[in-house]
Design a protein around this ligand. Structure first.
Ligand code: GBH
Length: 538
């Protein structure tokens, strides 16, 4: 059987997708004794997390430090979620709209007309959900803050929103009481609508105003919540919100390159690169604030989470090998390379040309080494070939076309409910090795999980495919660590609960717990029991 027509599975029409070496400074945070986290008892739940020993080579792992699951005793096992996908409470705590509220309420934007208005209603059910985490024996939880819950628009800029801050503060206290370490993302795609509309958002070239706003938001979060946060992630998957939001158009704010004229999406083929440049600069500014004002007293670490599907060459040809490498540079190098060297990858400079902005010397300096560790999200693998002469590749324009590749799936790879996902566990090991060849610091898999083919509570409780995905992928993480010496220190499954799966609404289910959206009842899936028995118990 030939490989599946990957690109065709995703395209509604041309250009639109349907579905939705670290510098020494990079390790600065590790040397710090985390006084306040220790005082608060956080470190009891995160052994090895902020202590210097975490940088020891994986090869130094002693047999008697190894758990029954084959991982070191201090390996971090966690689960993740994101604000707009689970919280609901769209106007509780005086929250104001983000670009996702506006997008999801736009006719035809989200499957089934679903919105995040209620989602998993975690805003009201959080005590029960922390109890659920405890039941699972969970020690690490990754979640994001809603910027427009933390802050409100005063007509000129974003200002602190006390009821929203109080909610997150209570939630963090709840985690702490349950002995669960918090790993917090500042931006999981939900830009305050006011900043998009009135302050040029991410899409305006050299937008100093958005950098200033992000810096103020990050500072507020560090100040008010930082004593209870072990790891900060500035952005989750900038690739996804940039490409899906500003090139494919199937995520908020829904920009496509073909759009012309006035308005936020008028930048055409340049917009994704304008967005990436603003986002990278915003990341660097927030990290600089954390390091200069907070790291020494709070003792946490700060980084970014980048996503990448692994790319394997479709054939043995040199052209396809180069195409697979180029695909990885376009997905991951786009973000990783500036963080390590201060500039975009050479492959992107070649293909994107003058549409790709440059960083100033000051911006480069802030970017280089601006991660204390690296978060990697990974779901699937692509078989990639070079474009033929005259062919445009996976799209007619935009980031997709700039790569000059065509991506498909391997024959026989199990198909998830989401058309874009097939299971190929070895891809994660390949990706971790690719990353470790470039970045020498600690790596955490911050997302990995399966879009379940079970759609009722009863079917979900017996879902073997999700369990197979987790056992297959975590085994490849173990091999990367133990056999290849990749410094992978943790793994976060996606997700704790079924939730609002962006453009797919509630039609796709990644949770370890099935959620009935009518009753809000949570039912553990088979993989939840596995998690409890083999990941929580060392
Ligand atoms: C992550 O995104 C998110 O961080 C999380 O919020 C989300 O719920 C979870 O994973 C599951 O989706 O093949 O061209 O159609 C995953 C990111 C989703 C990015 C699928 C690529 C397919 C684009 N990936 N998407 S395409």
């Amino acid at each position: 059987m030939p490989t599946a027509p990957y690109a065709l599975l995703h395209r509604r029409s041309a250009g639109r997708l349907t579905n939705g070496p670290a510098s020494a400074a990079a390790f600065g945070g590790l040397a710090v004794i985390s006084v306040s986290l220790v005082a608060l008892g956080v470190l009891t739940a995160s052994a090895g997390h902020t202590k210097a020993g975490a940088v020891l080579s994986a090869n130094a792992v002693e047999a008697n430090d190894t758990c029954a699951n084959g991982f070191p005793a201090d390996f971090v096992w966690g689960l993740g979620t994101a604000a707009y996908q689970i919280e609901g409470g769209w106007n509780a705590t005086n929250r104001s709209p983000s670009i996702w509220d506006v997008f999801s309420h736009t006719k035809g934007a989200v499957a089934g007309g679903d919105t995040g208005d209620v989602a998993d209603d975690v805003i009201h059910r959080w005590r029960d959900d922390i109890a659920l985490m405890s039941e699972l024996g969970l020690k690490h939880y990754r979640f994001s803050l809603s910027w427009s819950r933390m802050m409100s628009w005063d007509g000129h800029s974003m200002v602190p929103n006390e009821p929203g801050i109080a909610w997150y503060s209570d939630f963090l206290d709840g985690l702490l009481e349950a002995g669960i370490t918090a790993h917090v993302t500042l931006y999981h795609w939900d830009l305050p609508q006011a900043l998009h509309e009135h302050r040029g958002g991410w899409h305006t070239p050299d937008n100093e105003r958005i950098l200033t706003e992000f810096e103020a938001y990050a500072t507020l979060a560090f100040e008010r919540l930082g004593s209870r946060v072990a790891t900060w992630f500035t952005f989750n998957e900038p690739w996804t919100f940039t490409v899906s939001g500003y090139s494919a158009g199937n995520h908020a704010p829904g920009c496509v390159p073909a759009q012309s004229g006035r308005g936020p999406c008028a930048g055409g083929d340049v917009t994704p690169y304008v967005v990436s440049t603003n986002v990278l600069n915003a990341h660097a500014r927030a990290v600089a604030v954390y390091r200069t004002r907070f790291a020494a007293t709070l003792g946490g670490r700060i980084s970014i989470t980048l996503n990448c599907e692994f790319a394997r060459p479709l054939t043995n040809s040199a052209a396809d090998a180069a195409a697979a490498e180029r695909a990885l540079q376009f997905w991951l190098g786009w973000w990783l390379e500036p963080l390590l060297s201060g500039d975009y990858p050479a492959a992107m400079r070649r293909n994107v040309g003058e549409r790709l902005p440059s960083f100033s010397p000051e911006q480069r300096e802030l970017l280089i080494g601006s991660i204390d560790l690296l978060g990697i999200n990974h779901y699937s693998t692509h078989m990639v070939r070079d474009v033929a002469d005259g062919e445009r590749g996976d799209a007619s324009s935009g980031w997709e076309a700039d790569q000059h590749v065509v991506a498909t799936f391997g024959a026989g790879w199990p198909q998830a409910a989401s058309p874009w996902q097939r299971s190929y566990p070895a891809g994660l090991r390949g990706l971790l090795n690719w990353v470790a060849a470039r970045y020498k610091g600690d790596i955490y898999v911050t997302e990995n999980g399966w879009s379940c083919n079970s759609f009722t509570a009863a079917a979900a409780a017996a879902d073997q495919e999700q369990l197979d995905y987790y056992t297959g992928y975590t085994e490849q993480v173990r091999l990367a660590l133990v056999e290849d010496g990749v410094p992978v220190r943790g793994y976060f499954g996606w997700s704790l609960l079924d939730n609002f799966e962006w453009a797919d609404g509630y039609s796709k289910r990644f949770g370890l717990y099935y959620v009935n959206y009518t009753t809000q009842q949570r039912t553990p899936k088979k993989a939840a029991a596995w998690w409890k028995e083999t990941r929580s118990a060392c």
